[in-house]
Design a binder for this molecule. Structure first.
Ligand SMILES: Cc1ncc(C[n+]2csc(CCOP(=O)(O)OP(=O)(O)O)c2C)c(N)n1
Length: 620
């Protein structure tokens, strides 16, 4: 909990969320600048630091910001490092794709003040569009990647990363994942240093900081040298260790894989030798050689890709891993999956009949009614998608590219407002391509945070290359999906101060779009009519559907005037139009149609949809 993150209790043990532990590690390291673009499972790191910087300001001063996207976040932390300060940028795994351009070149320059990139991977894709393993970025960028096997280690390793970064002149990458970021564990607190964020004097070092080809050519071997220096260090790092055991087969486990392997070995009652690694890249080869010197083969426990496994194979070590199907190639691990893999490699039976257990659990889960995630009651995105669907039904067909955010749930029946989702900003980019080859009309949707993150260049492209489509910016004035973080359109900042507010309509006009209209999606007739005019416009047209996120809006309303829910009157003749076409979760049917007053936020959209005029405000 936050109170424990900011606790001044050196040596005390507290229960922290993995992401809180990472935040605490950065605080104990005396971080100067922290930046992030939110994304599950990384978001709570900066959310925590955003609160902590206010609570700790009399003791330790550090700067915190939500950046417009991950590339900017990374560059903010790079700026701090180049000025000799400690910088940390946090993002989810796919965020590193956005930031990669800066990362791969900054690696050549190297860190001055300690630099840490935290990437939170999402094995099993609990809330992500892919399952990429960001250790490959370490290999590609020639940067160290470290992992933790527990929440306490996450704190300790985060803290150490800043020192290691300064000692070796290397930007460090800490790879977390959902099960580490979102688990709670005991953490022994260290000291919170006392420090001010003093401004420093710029020292020009253009011979390393300007990566012109001639300079980059000179820096490349320097980077390789630094990487082998840190590999030497990792051979003796206290976060990597060997545990003795019996037999000729050992286990090499990386990060959280170590925790799974320990559980699995204990269930199997097998005392195999273990090499626990927290340095995923570079692989400390001398330590590995020492470990395998008495062994015939090793079982590798790592998530997601056979990253270590390939390296070990290249070292000539016989491996039981993913490639030869002892360990699963897809999805996250757990203790039983690892136990099954280890048992297979050892030629013994697992401690339980997991196949039977799995079959039983599948049967049991079939008994539970399916409960797919839905847009909230009163969500303005539902109203916008309702209007889009109405217009599309009149057209007969249309293509509906969309983007990533709460609104991706518009994919479901009856709205069916999402035909394509790829990555943040792609709705606009893909519409550009579709516009040149499709007969059908195109109505794209994108959230406000996503538009500011990655939608703008593609919109400029549409103006420049005359791509004709309608873009609806679903502006709920927050980054709802990841926990209501503010963004430049809201003007609020992570440090709690008011910032400069960027107006989306002004950006859109500035991009050269001449059809720009702001509508409230709760006004169904108006948004339908605007969509029709936008479709008739010759060129790209933008509608900003602006209405605050229902959660925030309803919270405010409850505090002020209170919510007056809607109710279904006796005029209802069970035509079912509201349930069939609008599907607000507050609407219910059990022989009669009724509205759950506990869920209704009083947006009134259902009353506009009802063809019989049977839905009215409670007090009307
Ligand atoms: C590159 C990248 N960074 C972060 C995320 C996590 N993420 C998914 S959607 C989203 C933003 C959602 O905000 P907005 O576009 O305003 O839509 P809302 O959820 O508020 O409807 C974020 C940060 C991601 N999927 N990809």
């Amino acid at each position: 909990m936050l109170k424990d993150v900011v606790r001044d209790g050196e040596g005390e043990s507290v229960l922290l969320l993995g992401n809180e532990a990472i935040a605490r590690g950065a605080i104990e390291a005396g971080v100067d600048v922290c930046s992030a673009y939110p994304g599950t499972p990384s978001s709570e790191i900066l959310d925590t630091l955003s609160d902590a910087c206010r609570l700790l300001k009399d003791r330790i001063e550090f700067y915190v910001e939500y950046s417009t996207n991950e590339k900017v976040a990374l560059e903010v932390a790079i700026g701090a490092s180049l000025a000799g300060k400690r910088g940390m940028a946090c993002m989810k795994h796919v965020g590193v794709n956005v930031a990669a351009d800066a990362l791969l070149s900054f690696a050549y320059i190297g860190a001055r003040g300690g630099f840490l990139l935290v990437t939170a991977d999402d094995p099993s894709m609990h809330s992500s569009q892919n399952e990429q393993d960001n250790r490959w970025y370490g290999k590609m960028a020639k940067l160290p990647v470290v992992e933790a096997s527990s929440v306490h280690e996450a704190k300790e390793i985060t803290k150490q990363c800043f020192e290691l970064s300064e000692r070796f002149g290397l930007p460090m990458i800490f790879r977390s994942y959902t099960r580490l970021s979102h688990q709670s564990g005991i953490v022994r607190l260290g000291k919170i240093p006392e420090k001010r964020l003093e401004k420093t004097k710029w020292v020009r070092r253009a011979d390393t900081d300007v990566v012109l080809p001639a300079i980059a050519r000179r820096l490349k071997p320097v980077l390789n040298r630094k990487l082998s220096e840190i590999e030497n260090f990792f051979n003796n790092w206290e976060m990597n260790w060997i545990e003795d055991g019996k037999g000729k087969i050992g286990v090499i486990a990386c990060g959280l894989g170590y925790a799974y392997a320990k559980d699995a070995l204990s269930s199997l009652n097998a005392k195999l030798p273990i090499l626990k690694l927290s340095s995923a890249h570079p692989v400390p080869e001398k330590l590995v050689e020492k470990f395998v010197s008495d062994l015939d083969s090793v079982i590798v426990v790592e998530e997601v890709d056979p990253f270590l496994e390939l390296h070990l194979k290249a070292m000539g070590i016989e491996v039981f891993g993913k490639i030869n199907r002892y360990m699963p190639m897809d999805y996250e691990y757990n203790a039983s999956k690892v136990e099954i893999g280890i048992a297979k490699a050892l030629g013994i039976k697992p401690s339980k009949n997991y196949e039977e257990l799995l079959k039983k659990s599948e049967e049991i889960s079939k008994l539970a009614p399916p409960r797919p995630p839905v847009l909230c009651a009163g969500c303005p995105h539902t109203a916008a998608f309702y209007a889009i669907r109405k217009v599309v039904n009149e057209l007969g067909n249309a293509c509906l590219p969309s983007d990533i955010g709460c609104y991706t749930l518009g994919i479901n029946k009856p709205l069916e407002g999402v035909d394509i989702t790829i990555c943040m900003g792609a709705s606009v980019g893909v519409s550009n391509g579709l516009a040149h080859v499709l007969k059908d009309k195109i109505i794209a949707t994108i959230g406000d945070s996503t538009f500011l993150h990655a939608g703008i260049p593609a919109l400029i492209n549409a103006v420049y290359n005359k791509a004709k489509f309608v873009l609806v910016i679903l502006d709920n004035s927050t980054t709802a999906m990841t926990g209501h973080q503010p963004h430049p359109g809201t003007g609020l900042r992570a440090c709690g101060e008011i910032g400069g507010r960027v107006k989306i309509e002004e950006i859109v006009r500035g991009c050269g779009v001449d059809f720009v209209e702001v509508v409230n999606p709760y006004n169904v007739r108006r948004i339908v009519e605007t969509l029709k005019r936008a479709l008739a416009h010759d060129g790209v047209s933008v509608i900003i559907a602006r209405q605050a996120c229902a959660i925030i809006w309803a919270r405010e309303k409850r505090k002020k005037s209170g919510i007056v829910p809607l109710r279904v009157t006796e005029k209802c003749d069970l035509c079912m139009e509201c349930i069939r076409t609008f599907s607000c979760p507050a609407l219910n049917f059990d022989g009669r149609v009724w509205i759950d007053p506990a869920l209704c936020v009083g947006c009134g959209v259902c009353s506009q949809i009802c063809p019989r005029g049977a839905i009215r405000r409670e007090n009307a």
